[in-house]
Design a protein around this ligand. Structure first.
Ligand code: KIV
Length: 271
């Protein structure tokens, strides 16, 4: 690889510089080669192989069931499609919460078997040991605070988090802790915009928001939500940039009709 192409790659350090100069970071999820190729070619900064794959790719109602093997399969496909974007992979539920040695083992599997550049973990103080052990192995870690979907059965709802002072204080403390430990970035999900702005101004590392307002250093959305592939999920923070499911449905209907009417294939479409 030439020095020039190396320099153009997005690294954790590049994200830090973007925050310093006030350039917003654009992050989207992707779970497969074809979509990642399109997202990368559009110039995205960071691709998150989110455990939202559990919902949008596998059809589960929560992110809890997806396995480490499945995340590795998705992440390796995404990495094969990318040359510039930073690829971050979610550690799935159950692979880091209990035992920090197991957490490190899971993170090493992700890095070795996918070629991704970093991992993401949900939580603050309660996962400190796992974060420390993974960071000490030289693996970049992105934190995730606020609404943490892997804890859905503890909270019981997907409503806005940290509206109350006590929870807001803990979130700020957790953000500071993640920075101190050495995380390169933090995702804040579904919290009041003013609180997210305070966090972004308190820590030096980039803060990426989803449903966390405009006062943060970057934004992330689930690709299938912003493209209108998923239809049933429409929180206030979601801006839909397309209604692809209608376009796909239209194309499939046209294909069915062409096959049934014997219009497809025509003479030029055969050998
Ligand atoms: O899994 C995911 O897609 C995520 C984003 C919502 C940040 O964690």
């Amino acid at each position: 690889m030439s020095v020039e192409s190396y320099v153009r790659k997005i690294t954790t350090h590049v994200l830090y510089e973007m925050k310093l100069r006030g350039e917003k970071i654009a992050m989207l999820t992707a779970y497969d080669y074809s979509m990642a190729k399109i997202v990368e070619s559009a110039g995205i900064d960071v691709i998150l192989v989110g455990d939202s794959a559990s919902n949008v790719m596998a059809g589960f109602s929560t992110t809890l069931p997806i396995t480490l093997d499945a995340m590795i399969y998705h992440a390796a496909s995404v990495v094969r499609a990318t040359s510039k974007a930073l690829v971050v992979v979610d550690m799935p539920f159950g692979t880091y919460q209990g035992n920090s040695k197991e957490a490190l083992h899971s993170a090493i599997r992700i890095m070795k078997e996918t070629g991704a550049h970093a991992i993401k973990m949900e939580g603050g103080l309660e996962i400190k040991e796992s974060v420390q052990r993974i960071l000490s192995a030289g693996i970049p870690v992105m934190g995730h605070l606020g609404l943490t979907p892997q804890s859905i059965y503890k909270f019981g709802t997907y409503t806005v988090r940290a509206r109350q002072e006590e929870e807001a204080k803990k979130l700020i403390e957790d953000a500071k802790l993640l920075e101190e430990l050495g995380c390169f970035s933090i995702v804040l999900e579904k919290i009041p915009a003013n609180l997210a702005g305070i966090v972004a101004n308190t820590v030096k590392i980039p803060v990426i928001g989803i449903g966390a307002g405009a006062g943060v250093d970057g934004q992330v959305l689930v690709l299938h939500d912003m493209l209108g592939i998923t239809q049933e999920f429409s929180p206030r923070f979601l801006r839909r940039y397309h209604n692809i499911s209608e376009e796909i449905k239209g194309a499939v209907k046209n294909y069915i009709s062409d096959v049934k009417s014997r219009d497809f294939p025509n003479e030029r479409e055969q050998y």
